[in-house]
Design a protein around this ligand. Structure first.
Ligand code: FAD
Length: 465
């Protein structure tokens, strides 16, 4: 028998034993009234790199690949165990707005297609989420991106008016990464917000962001294939009445959803039919409540489907590892894209991509409430300027993905994945150029960026658009 006494990091056991006893000195805290004071601490420097990208969703992957291929030394950090963000952890499908984005978006699709993981569904294209994970990891490895999963960026290291890196937390504890340029591709704008950038949140009508949805996959779907959403709606309505279910259909009948999105590789179907309203995606209690509620909705909807003969054997094969967030912080940039820009179909000299997707606002306040008067706003194809990727309040930082600078309505259009990856590929190029030229990303010539993106296959709007 041995007695345990607290000890430092040292070898134990007999000769040849590799076992160690480890003790980290506890960090100092003081308790206040309603708060806790954390004593100053020294953070180990885990890495120093040229470009640090936070978040490996469509935008972050685009940013990391573009910067690395341009010669920068890049770290991409991600809190989950996969790249792809909503594509993979969110089980979101189909891939909207992939056309005319060129460059890395086109290459990703070509690779999915050659893997047999890209398939037409109604008028859009779907991908296999497992093939997406592998393809993204392959592309990142080929480009030499250093990928760090299981790592949460918890703070921005801001010195004066400049972001110099990020504080990260993982099983290894609290550490720092320093970088010449940081790209916030966290979707929620976590780093920009921590760096003190002003942001906007919620709809002007009621202050709520768009609802959250837990996607889920079902199989087999032979009875559901080729059924239109109107038919599905009628069947579900009838099943709700017959069984007295409390399931609330989140869409009216004339809408395109709820629907079952047929996946490639005989992987069944992805369902987008759960919704929770009025909750805050930045609060863990609300996120938990939303996840529990929507998982229950997913199982209830599947139970309703099973009451109908064509779907008797349908079962859930997976609920998404993470609930889907349509909207959270919109960081204020050097320019802000607005509904007026969409209505006018505005073009920009420093455009990073063109967008044709409509303004898609799932009623923010919930079924049965007054729809936002701007829902269904008529828009024309428009462009996103590079200045929306530059935060107004700090230097050394770029925005990519759904946290870029736009109003609630513009965001509801550009938020889909092809456009988000396009903002990432532009941010990655700008970051690598800033490193190469020893300047701030804000000093990068946006017209040159547009020209180079066009040379790499990105198609902007014609003069007479
Ligand atoms: C339910 C739903 C359905 C949708 N349907 C479609 C559709 O059919 N087609 C389409 O094209 N688009 C669709 N969208 C929109 C689209 O999925 C998102 O807007 C898009 O994925 C945004 O890309 P992003 O890279 O900015 O963010 P995300 O995809 O959210 O990726 C952000 C990444 O950052 C990571 N991250 C966040 N914070 C941190 C942190 N602090 N530290 C480390 N990592 C962090 C996350 O884990 C995640 O991997 C849908 C969205 C939802 C919610």
């Amino acid at each position: 028998m041995s007695e345990n006494h607290g000890s430092g990091d040292r070898d134990v056991g007999g000769e040849g034993s590799k076992e160690r006893t480890v003790r980290h000195p506890p960090h100092g805290f003081r308790l206040g009234d309603g708060f806790v004071i954390e004593e100053p601490r020294r953070l180990p420097l885990r890495h120093r790199c040229q470009v640090l990208v936070c978040g490996a969703g469509p935008a972050g992957v685009g940013a990391a690949l573009a910067a690395a291929r341009e010669g920068a030394d890049v770290i991409l950090l991600e809190r989950w165990a996969m790249a792809g963000g909503m594509w993979t952890a969110g089980l979101v499908n189909p891939f909207f707005e992939w056309r005319e984005k060129g460059f890395l978006v086109a290459e990703l699709i070509a690779r999915l297609e050659s893997a047999g993981a890209w398939k037409l569904w109604v008028k859009d294209y779907c991908f296999d989420p497992e093939a997406m994970k592998l393809t993204l990891e392959t592309m990142l490895a080929e480009a030499g991106v250093e990928l760090l999963y299981y790592t949460l960026a918890v703070d921005a290291i801001r010195c004066g008016d400049r972001v110099r890196g990020a504080v990260i937390e993982s099983k290894a504890g609290r550490e720092a990464i320093l970088a010449d340029v940081v790209i916030d591709a966290s979707g929620d704008g976590d780093l920009a917000a921590r760096a003190g950038c002003e942001f906007r949140f919620g709809s002007p009508v009621d202050g709520f962001v768009q609802p959250m949805t837990l996607m889920f996959e079902i199989d087999p779907i032979h009875g559901l294939r080729h059924r239109n959403s109107g038919e599905l709606y009628d069947w579900l309505r009838a099943a709700i009445e017959a069984t007295g279910s409390d399931f609330e259909l989140p869409f009216p009948r004339y809408s395109a959803a709820p629907y079952v999105i047929t996946l490639p590789c005989d992987a069944g179907g992805a369902v987008q039919a759960t919704h929770v309203y009025r909750l805050n995606p930045l609060d863990p209690a609300d996120l938990t409540g939303a996840t529990v509620a929507t998982r229950r909705q997913a199982h209830e909807l599947t139970r309703l489907l099973r009451t109908m003969p064509p779907f008797r054997d349908v079962r859930i094969t997976a609920t998404a590892p993470a609930i889907g967030l349509r909207e959270s912080r919109r960081i204020i940039g050097c320019a802000t894209l607005t509904r007026d820009d969409l209505a006018a179909g505005r073009r920009f000299e420093d455009a990073v991509c063109a967008v044709r997707f409509g303004v898609d606002i799932h009623r923010a306040a919930g079924a049965g409430t007054t729809p936002d008067p701007a829902h269904g706003i008529r828009m024309r194809p428009y462009e996103i300027p590079f200045r929306c990727l530059l935060p107004r309040d700090v230097r050394g930082l770029l925005l990519a993905g759904r946290c870029i600078s736009g109003d609630h309505y513009a965001h509801a259009s550009y938020r889909v994945t092809g456009s988000m990856m396009a903002t990432g590929q532009a941010a990655g190029l700008a970051a690598a150029w800033a490193v190469g030229q020893g300047c701030d990303p804000a000093d990068i010539d946006g017209r040159r960026l547009r020209r180079v993106l066009a040379e790499r296959g990105c198609r902007f709007l014609p003069d007479d658009a």
